[in-house]
Design a protein around this ligand. Structure first.
Ligand code: NDP
Length: 240
């Protein structure tokens, strides 16, 4: 039977590319989103992938949503924790609200997504978890104290989950994209975007499909001994 994959934030941007790539590999896919009903409906019409709406920042909603996915599609074997937001501001102007929203969505959201599926994965002796972190969690970023904290936190989450899950057939890994051509990046002013591209040795933004291919590899049987690792996909942006 086809394995079932849950992709949070799977109806737009990088998540949509991941959902489509997993479906193309034969997995049964559930894609979640936060509130953009129109984009989700269009995505389902175009791909045939079922979408579910809940806020990953809320534990009870995540638990209920996951129970519904499992009732519809069967036990979840693969989780791609991809949903994420930015609320950028230089630190001296960052509000507690901006800090909280990003922590709740990007960091607590990963806990809320993985925790409800973890017991089932342990029982069945198989699981694949991939968290979409960011280059900015590896190197920090001006005006992203909140975002960088969550994305660095993701790396701690997967390294710890890997150690707890390894003996139960569960792997947990992270993908750190560099700058990828999605709405999140296209929303920054063109001048800033040009300066970002100037810092990428590849001379271009990445494509969502280039991140999706990292994920399809990490969840495959070929990656069975890769656990607690990070794949950086950033066009050769090196940093200490
Ligand atoms: P987009 O803004 O294009 O899409 C975000 C997706 O996440 C949407 O489906 C959105 O739902 C969903 N989402 C947002 N908040 C919540 C929430 N609280 N609950 C449930 N779903 C939510 O993002 P990207 O594709 O650009 O980014 C995807 C991931 O990749 C993020 O974690 C981001 O941090 C990371 N990343 C992105 C990079 C880039 O260059 N784009 C670089 C490095 C990392 P809805 O459609 O309803 O709004």
């Amino acid at each position: 039977m086809a394995r079932t994959a849950l992709v949070t934030g799977g109806s737009r941007g990088i998540g949509a590319a991941i959902s489509k790539a997993l479906k193309a590999k034969g997995y049964t896919v559930a894609a979640t989103y936060a509130g953009n009903d129109e984009a989700a409906a269009k995505f389902t019409r175009e791909t045939g992938i079922k979408t579910y709406k809940w806020n990953v920042a809320d534990y009870d909603s995540s638990k209920e949503g996951i129970a519904q996915v499992e009732a519809d599609l069967g036990p979840i074997d693969i989780v791609v924790a991809n949903a994420g937001i930015t609320r950028d501001a230089p630190f001296h102007k960052m509000t507690p609200q901006q800090w909280k929203e990003v922590i709740d969505t990007n960091l607590t959201g990963v806990f809320n997504t993985v925790h409800p599926v973890w017991p089932g994965m342990r029982e069945r002796g198989f699981g694949r978890i991939v968290v979409i972190s960011s280059i900015n969690g590896q190197k920090g970023q001006f005006a992203q104290v909140n975002y960088a904290a969550t994305k660095a936190g993701d790396l701690g989450i997967v390294k710890s989950l890997a150690q707890e899950g390894a003996a139960k057939g569960i792997t947990a890994n992270a993908v750190c994209p560099g700058y990828i051509a999605t709405e999140m990046v296209m929303a920054v002013p063109e001048k800033v975007r040009e300066s970002i591209i100037g810092m990428i040795p590849a001379g271009r933004l990445g494509e969502p499909e280039e991140i999706a291919r990292c994920v399809t590899f990490l969840v495959s049987d070929d990656a069975s001994f890769i656990n607690g690792s990070t794949i950086s996909a950033n066009g050769a942006q090196f940093f200490v």
